[in-house]
Design a protein around this ligand. Structure first.
Ligand SMILES: [Fe+2]
Length: 324
């Protein structure tokens, strides 16, 4: 089902960003061709803000679009990253709430997406139902064979190509968030993890909340103060997050980290507030496709109709190239 693009026009190619004019020309909104996706590479999908509580039409449309996308491009994603706000509203029954089946197990069918689904916690996972936070941590143990994976509030994942550090970014929720002790423990863990010798080519950090955002929530000074200096110091390649219900890509001159928001998984898309960062931001339902090789990391923002809205690659020395 086609979904409305909530932006009156595409608001990408922010002029304050210092890419060359030639690299900004790109190829426009288009379908990805199967020949562009190599079976040799690691294929991952990610989206956040997906577990809408009442109207699931948009979530279904994004899920269907993602299914059509992988079928058309003939690849099976190794895994999916669920960038938080996994359940909005009530979910009675905890690990046995029927929404698990309707909005996770059946919504993203195992025949199409057989890999693990690595989750992280958003503000709604803390806020909306007091039992849901623990249920998300307990669900995999209660349902052996599920693809859902949330082993802890923060955790590391190692693959031969990528080291993923998944964080709990709930620093200042309206109702509940990480405690002071948890924040300190996570920071100590993060510093220790980042200081480990790098075995894989790519270093990725993920959390639900953006540090930098053009969306309604804006920049998060608490997270910037806590984490940005570590990202610079340890040359983190990417920070992936959701929270703002849109798709974004932000680069800063001289900063080793590419900041990517993928919050279009199904909760009501919201307008971009102000394009303070670039090169890309669009309020739209969709998901993000990551294609990884030792030489290149490609990020593609895809809408619910399978169209690529924005894509860029990063090479081994950190050079970012806008592809569309
Ligand atoms: Fe959120």
């Amino acid at each position: 089902m086609p979904l409305p693009d909530l932006s009156s026009r595409r608001r990408f190619l922010k002029q304050t960003f210092a890419f060359s004019a030639a690299s900004l020309l790109g190829q426009g909104v288009r379908y990805v061709d199967a020949a562009e996706v190599s079976k040799e590479n690691l294929q991952l999908l990610m989206f956040g803000d997906w577990g809408a509580s009442k109207d699931t039409k948009a979530q279904s449309a994004v899920a269907s679009g993602m299914e059509a996308y992988v079928k058309q491009l003939k690849f099976t994603p190794e895994s999916i990253f669920l960038l938080g706000d996994n359940f909005y509203g009530e979910c009675k029954g905890g690990v046995n709430c029927p929404r698990w089946k309707e909005q996770f197990e059946d919504m993203y069918p195992a025949e199409v997406f057989p890999g693990k689904c690595h989750a992280m916690l958003g503000n709604h996972d803390y806020d909306d139902d007091k039992g849901m936070l623990q249920a998300e941590l307990d669900y995999a143990a209660a349902h052996p064979g599920t693809r859902w994976s949330l082993p802890a509030k923060w955790y590391a994942l190692e693959t031969p190509l990528v080291r993923f550090l998944v964080l709990d970014s709930n620093y200042h929720n309206r109702k509940v968030s990480l405690t002071a002790d948890e924040k300190a423990a996570q920071m100590a863990w993060l510093e220790k993890e980042l200081a480990k010798p790098r075995k894989s080519q790519w270093l990725v950090v993920m959390g639900h909340h953006p540090l930098y955002s053009n969306g309604v929530h804006g920049d998060d000074q608490a997270l910037i103060d806590a984490w940005d200096i570590l990202f610079r110091e340890h040359k983190v390649d990417f920070y992936f997050c959701g929270h703002d219900h849109d798709l974004q890509h932000t680069e800063f001159e001289g900063h080793p980290t590419s900041f990517v928001v993928s919050g279009g998984g199904g909760a009501r898309a919201r307008e971009i507030k102000e394009m303070r960062h670039g090169p890309f931001g669009l309020a739209v339902y969709g998901f993000t496709h990551l294609e990884v090789s030792p030489e290149k990391f490609v990020v593609r923002h895809i809408d619910a109709n399978r169209k690529q809205l924005h894509a860029f690659s990063k090479d081994r020395v950190g050079k970012v190239t806008i592809l569309s």
